[in-house]
Design a protein around this ligand. Structure first.
Ligand code: PRT
Ligand code: ZN
Length: 289
């Protein structure tokens, strides 16, 4: 039997994750010549192809080995229960699966939902959440516009994805409790793969790691009096030693380093106090540690 040797990645055909997934793949060096309205797209520079399908189908395609990798929300994979391995959180498509009730219902606790009808596209996750708490509810499976079901008296509460909370608010609903925090993930089939596919996957993982590290880091440069160097080195939360360069003014030096973006403001204020001036922050395209 002929075996397909091209590494196949399942991605969402058209939706919230599509553009960010393509951007991620391009950022790790894959090149595509257009993907809109196509089912199968071959990369121009790697032995890789994308299968563009509905996100709900991705976990099963990867489980069954039709695709080797997939990019899909944790919410979909968890609801589906597919046998796949999560290789990496991808830090986009963040949302939460939450229980919500009509404001007018007076319900304030999860326990008050016992015996109630809960409209959701996630009946498995919903049922399990209540079962784990010893409560029985009636999930009503709805595939779209879950938020209007309480008004139609189809359900007493809903369990739906929330990101900004705007949809709940518009529909007179209050968020009661998140039951799952989700983001996009790279998932891999548990089927045995040939060595060349494994190597390619490892290579992409290193690149994704570098990409994520770069996104969460900033290159900073500053000038400072020579005698402030020790203090400055103490403040910089970097694993690597900073670069120190001489300046035309021999009493001054320039210090360059990479810091986590989360520390930028805190560090900048301390550096200023230590005598640093002209602090410049630059984004980083990519990093290999
Ligand atoms: O056609 P296909 O089946 O592929 O797409 P889909 O319509 O099922 O999915 P899509 O494109 O809407 O979402 C894809 C994935 O994006 C989801 O599976 C989540 O992992 C992720 N994601 C992140 C979200 C949201 N945020 C989100 N806010 N998916 C859906 N929503 C919806 C939610 O269902 C609700 O209707 O947005 C509304 C709430 O948003 P806020 O901002 O008003 O709270
Ligand atoms: Zn879907």
């Amino acid at each position: 039997m002929e075996t397909v040797s091209t590494l196949r990645i399942a991605i969402q055909k058209s939706g919230r994750l599509t553009e960010k997934t393509i951007t991620l793949l391009e950022n790790i060096g894959l090149k595509f010549d257009g993907y809109k309205n196509r089912l199968l797209v071959k990369a121009l520079n790697f032995d890789v192809e994308l299968l563009l399908i509905r996100d709900d189908d991705i976990p099963e395609y990867v489980q069954d080995g039709i695709c080797d990798l997939g990019v899909v929300g944790a919410n979909v994979t968890r609801e589906n229960g597919a046998d796949v391995t999560v290789l990496r959180d991808l830090d986009f498509g963040h949302c939460r699966l939450s229980l919500a009730v009509p404001k007018s219902s007076g319900i304030t606790r999860v326990e008050d939902l016992a015996g109630k009808r809960i409209a959701t596209s996630y009946p498995n996750l919903t049922r399990r959440y209540f079962k784990d708490r010893g409560l029985d509810v009636k999930p009503v499976k709805i595939s779209g516009a879950v938020e209007i079901t309480p008004r139609l008296d189809v359900a007493d509460a809903i369990c739906d994805l929330v990101s900004t909370g705007g949809t709940l608010k518009t529909n007179g609903l209050t968020e009661l409790q998140p039951i799952l925090h989700s983001q996009s993930q790279l998932v891999r089939t548990n089927r045995e793969l040939p060595a060349h596919k494994k190597e390619l996957i490892d290579k992409f993982l290193v690149r994704i790691e570098g990409q994520q590290l770069a996104e969460n880091s900033r290159y900073i440069m500053m000038n400072a009096p020579k005698d402030a160097l020790e203090k400055i080195v103490d403040i910089i939360p970097s694993l690597n030693s900073p670069t120190v360069l001489p300046l035309a003014d021999t009493n001054m030096i320039a210090v360059h380093t990479v810091i986590p973006i989360s520390k930028f403001w805190e560090v900048m204020e301390e550096l200023k106090e230590a005598g640093a001036e002209g602090i410049v922050m630059l984004p980083i395209q990519n990093m290999i540690n």
